[in-house]
Ligand binder design. Structure first.
Ligand SMILES: Cc1ncc(COP(=O)(O)O)c(C=O)c1O
Length: 374
């Protein structure tokens, strides 16, 4: 029986550096540095330096990073925040958590990134913030979104949860907007051994405010000045992430090499569309996503070849039950078409060459209907 080509290789990642991880675990436990503390401080410094930014605040998830950034920027009840519809739920649930209203933008038909034209059509005097998402590890058009935000006199932030290692004009994604929000969920390009996230920015006052809000808005003398939250990063995660950061760029290079190979296969198939990158940007391939004419047909075909697939994401946010009705401003045809067809295939840097070869051959030989024919 043939082995399965897995979507994730978390166990392999652990085994590859097990001794280091166990010694890091011992160091954190020996120091009892479980919540926040020196290991998190060191990771914050190292992650900020990696991005060539002045500030980083480690938090307990990407969702918290988004929520705290919005709170720190003063987003709240009565405000509108423009977000893409084709993204993970948390980009918009973080808006709801502040009391503001998410307003959904369509994506571009080729890059699948937030469409500046769609954003422009949604701006009102109530718009307080634009959130761009570097979807799947590709880059959204920070120039165009930055220009729109500037003209409207509001900030924009980058949801870089899928974009560790992505570059725009040689600079790292997450460093262009008022702040960048990262997730360190275990499957991300740099993943913790549990939940984790970070907010990064050159605005040190913003980073300090996030540091205050994530620790119950508490002063050194024990007064709580407002509603704060417990959204600190755990010491163990900070310590593991310091190890992972050292190999991030190497792992992303391997993702890029695998993706380049798969793109050739998709071209040769002729029945599969894949995400296009904007000129001057370097995709980090958190996910390699294809769009066949029929998702059911393609996933069954891959299953027959022993290759796992996943769907990111089956329902655009403007049609999610949690949002539908309140924030729906009309059809978003590109986001709906993407969510109807998208299929992610294995692109982990720890796949063996034999495994990526099997994915390559399956993509190359796929002869189902193309999106244009279906
Ligand atoms: C685009 C995007 N935004 C936000 C999040 C939320 O991150 P977390 O799962 O760490 O809360 C994720 C992670 O899944 C994501 O992919």
């Amino acid at each position: 029986m043939q082995s399965i080509v897995p979507m994730q290789c978390l166990q392999r990642e652990y085994e590859a550096d097990k001794e280091t991880f166990l010694s890091v675990f011992d160091a954190v436990c020996s120091a009892s540095a479980f919540c926040d503390g020196d290991f998190v401080r060191a990771f914050e410094r190292e992650f900020a330096a990696h991005l060539a930014l002045r500030g980083c605040s480690g938090v307990n998830s990407g969702t918290s990073a988004l929520f705290l950034t919005m709170k720190a920027l003063g987003v709240g009840r009565g405000d509108e925040v423009v977000v893409p519809s084709a993204t993970f739920f948390a980009t918009a649930s973080a808006v709801l958590m502040t009391g503001a209203t998410p307003v959904f933008a369509d994506c571009d038909a080729r890059t699948w990134q937030i469409s500046p034209e769609s954003v422009a059509s949604l701006l009102t005097e109530k718009t307080k913030l634009i959130v761009g998402v570097h979807l799947y590890g590709g880059a959204f058009d920070t120039n165009a979104i930055g220009k729109l935000a500037g003209e409207a006199g509001i900030p924009y932030i980058e949801d870089a949860c899928q974009a560790a290692g992505t570059k725009i004009g040689g600079k790292r994604a997450g460093t262009f907007g008022a702040a960048g929000c990262f997730s360190f969920y275990p499957t991300k390009n740099i993943g913790a051994f549990g939940e984790g996230g970070a907010v990064v920015s050159d605005d040190e006052a913003l980073i300090r405010r996030i540091g205050f809000l994530k620790k119950h808005a508490q002063t050194p003398d024990g007064d709580h000045l407002e509603l704060g939250f417990n959204m600190r990063m755990e010491g163990l995660q900070g310590a593991f992430l310091r190890v992972k950061l050292q190999s991030l760029d190497r792992a992303v290079e391997r993702r890029r090499a695998i993706a380049a190979y798969y793109r050739q296969a998709a071209e040769r198939s002729g029945a599969l569309r894949y995400q296009q990158s904007l000129p001057g940007t370097e995709h980090s391939y958190h996910l390699f996503v294809v769009a066949p004419g029929s998702r059911a047909d393609f996933t069954a075909y891959m299953r027959d070849r022993g290759i796992e697939t996943a769907v990111h994401y089956p329902i655009p946010l403007h049609l999610q039950t949690a949002f539908y009705g309140g924030y729906y401003r009309g059809a978003l045809p590109n986001a709906e078409a993407l969510c109807r067809r998208c299929v992610s295939v294995p692109v982990s840097p720890l796949l063996t060459d034999a495994e990526t070869e099997r994915v390559y051959e399956a993509l190359r030989d796929y002869r189902g209907a193309s999106p244009e024919e279906s």
